[in-house]
Design a protein around this ligand. Structure first.
Ligand code: ASP
Length: 365
């Protein structure tokens, strides 16, 4: 009983501190009691976690990352502010990030060892608990929209490879040549990584621009393959949460490796009974620990405040197995949280009536 009361108190404090929410802690009152259309909307965005430090960032690169994340969160906020659904907000923000070459999703995705871009994405609707996911997509401009089409227009949850692209064409999603996703800095990252591993470097992909005369500047860090995945979680005015994640995976991946991002319950999860989560980091660990679902289970069944739940999984369970990464999360009663065990994570949160809070490094709020 005492323990339960402590959770309630902690939940209320977290809730008020984070977004000034007006309703009781989730789990005590069940799903939100607020009338449809009366919720305060909110959204959280990430652009990948990893060894992202001030010393490895030029002021210009930092400004560009902040601008990219800010543009995405504002786009999601605009959808939510005009009464749009959390699903629409998630998709709108991720589409922008997929088109932004700075992030490891869509154009700007990392390369697999064979010199191809193999894209993964997932989306989940907390209201219906329907989900859609795709892996190893190579020709569809917006993998997040394809994941949504899988959810809404097919009887399935997950499609992979050529079949996923075929389905995209059938539902009239924009198809592009694989070279559309090419960026020079990601190509250089692949070349560096393969040389380090002593593995042959493939030919430059067909349709890629000619190599530049001068080498391109890119942020070189010990784990430069581990950041840039994008994810969004949102809460709309009707009290519905949604989550989405999109990624190129990890540099020099082989054998059609698939990470956590498109695996429902690992890198992406949403339920109005608990929370919505999007993760980023070394996918293998996120899959083994079913990170996203575990966080939401702690909220739903252990009645943990959201921040405590994300910290439990990211700072304890993942750290215990050396799983680097982070998550963003949101609850139907308006708690927002993030947690990462890496030096940095590109991230932002925004709730109705506020301005976006954007961060990169650990020491930022
Ligand atoms: N989690 C992604 C994967 O393992 C990579 C990342 O988040 O950067 O595919």
């Amino acid at each position: 009983m005492l323990r339960r009361m402590r959770f309630v108190l902690r939940g209320l404090v977290a809730c008020v501190a984070l977004v000034g929410c007006s309703i009781a802690v989730q789990g005590q009152s069940g799903p939100s009691q607020t009338a449809p259309g009366q919720h305060k909307w909110a959204v959280v965005v990430h652009g990948g976690a990893g060894v992202i430090e001030r010393s490895s960032m030029t002021p210009e690169a930092e400004a560009n990352y902040r601008a990219g994340i800010t543009e995405a969160i504002n786009a999601a906020g605009a959808v939510l502010d005009r009464g749009g659904s959390s699903l629409d907000a998630v998709e709108a923000a991720i589409k922008l990030l997929e088109d932004n070459p700075l992030f490891n999703a869509g154009r700007g995705a990392v390369f697999a060892a064979d010199g191809t871009n193999q894209l993964d994405a997932a989306i989940m609707d907390g209201k219906t608990m329907q989900a859609g996911a795709v892996a190893d997509v190579r020709r569809t401009r917006h993998p997040i929209s394809l994941a949504r089409a899988v959810m809404e227009k097919s009887p399935h949850v997950m499609l992979v490879g050529a079949g996923a692209d075929d389905f995209a064409a059938q539902v009239h999603l924009e198809q592009v040549p694989p070279s559309f996703f090419f960026t020079e800095h990601r190509w250089q990252q692949l070349v560096e990584e393969l040389k380090k591993q002593g593995v042959p470097v493939p030919e430059r992909p067909e349709g890629a621009p000619a190599p530049p005369a001068k080498p391109v500047a890119f942020i070189e860090t010990p784990d430069n393959h581990k950041y840039g995945t994008v994810g969004v979680v949102a809460l709309d005015r009707n009290g519905n949460v949604a989550a989405g994640t999109s990624t190129g995976g990890t540099t020099a991946k082989r054998w059609n490796r698939v990470g956590d991002s498109p695996i429902i319950g690992a890198g992406t999860y949403a339920s109005n009974q608990s929370c919505a989560v999007s993760g980023t980091g070394v996918g293998e660990y996120f899959i083994r620990l079913t990170v996203a679902r575990t966080i939401c289970a702690l909220v739903q069944y252990e009645h943990m405040p959201l921040q405590a739940a994300v910290d439990e999984v990211v700072q304890k369970q993942l750290v215990a197995v050396h799983g680097d990464g982070g998550v963003i999360a949101i609850t139907p009663d308006g708690q927002l949280a993030w947690s990462f065990n890496t030096p940095g994570m590109f991230r932002a949160k925004l709730s109705e009536g506020r301005t976006p809070q954007v961060g990169i490094y650990r020491d930022e709020p």
